[in-house]
Design a protein around this ligand. Structure first.
Ligand SMILES: Nc1ncnc2c1ncn2[C@@H]1O[C@H](COP(=O)(O)OP(=O)(O)OP(=O)(O)O)[C@@H](O)[C@H]1O
Ligand SMILES: [Mg+2]
Length: 185
């Protein structure tokens, strides 16, 4: 299957997940994440604010705050397809930019430089055993990860995993993949 065929297939599966299952599976996957060294050792965590059809990341953000970690979330700039991470201290510092996509408000947040992020939770639609991922097709994460030196983990439902996926020279794999069933990579 091509990248775009994978995107379509997985998006449909995500959309058909019951809210109850989304909650249970997201909590299970998050619990797996919290047991990793990478999570425990990270002081500054970069993570996306999940949309309604995606694995719920809000409980991960809250847990990070509870543990005294610093959370930063991405702000995307479509003009140059670049992305930066901004420190988030409250969900009130977010604004709705498109559909149910939330991003940090520039006036209320400050940038956290890439070299200071210990752990990046990288989103995506489907992931393979080598850590390759297919995202939404913007290339935002592939660009950002190019010179990123910290740890990367993706967290997803087990149906978002495949043996092997098509990848191109600019695709950057993640270090680890975690699902509700445990570690995948
Ligand atoms: N390092 C890069 N420099 C310039 N363009 C890039 C880079 N990485 C990816 N791109 C561009 O981004 C486009 C989308 O890449 P791809 O289809 O892999 O998206 P994706 O991995 O699903 O997106 P994302 O990284 O946002 O999750 C590619 O066609 C490519 O031209
Ligand atoms: Mg890619």
């Amino acid at each position: 299957m091509t990248k775009s065929e994978w995107r379509k297939k997985i998006k449909n599966e995500l959309l058909s997940l019951e809210p109850r299952d989304r909650k249970v599976l997201s909590e299970k996957a998050a619990a797996q994440l919290f047991t990793t060294e990478r999570w425990m050792n990270a002081n500054i965590i970069g993570i996306t604010v999940s949309r309604k059809f995606e694995l719920d990341t809000t409980m991960i953000i809250k847990k990070a705050w509870d543990e005294g970690k610093t959370v930063c979330v991405p702000k995307c700039y479509s003009s140059n397809k670049q992305m930066e991470f901004r420190e988030l201290n409250s969900f009130h510092e977010l604004e709705n930019v498109y559909m149910d996509l939330y991003e940090p408000i520039e006036e209320k947040t400050t940038v956290i430089e890439k070299e200071n992020i210990d752990l990046l939770i990288v989103p995506g639609l489907i992931f393979d055993k080598k850590g390759y991922r297919i995202g939404y097709g913007g290339g935002y994460y592939d660009r950002y990860l190019q010179n990123y030196q910290g740890s990367t983990i993706s967290i997803c439902y087990s149906f978002q995993t495949a043996e092997t996926l098509p990848f191109e020279e600019f695709d950057v794999p993640v270090d680890r993949i975690i699902t509700e069933e445990g570690r995948y990579k």
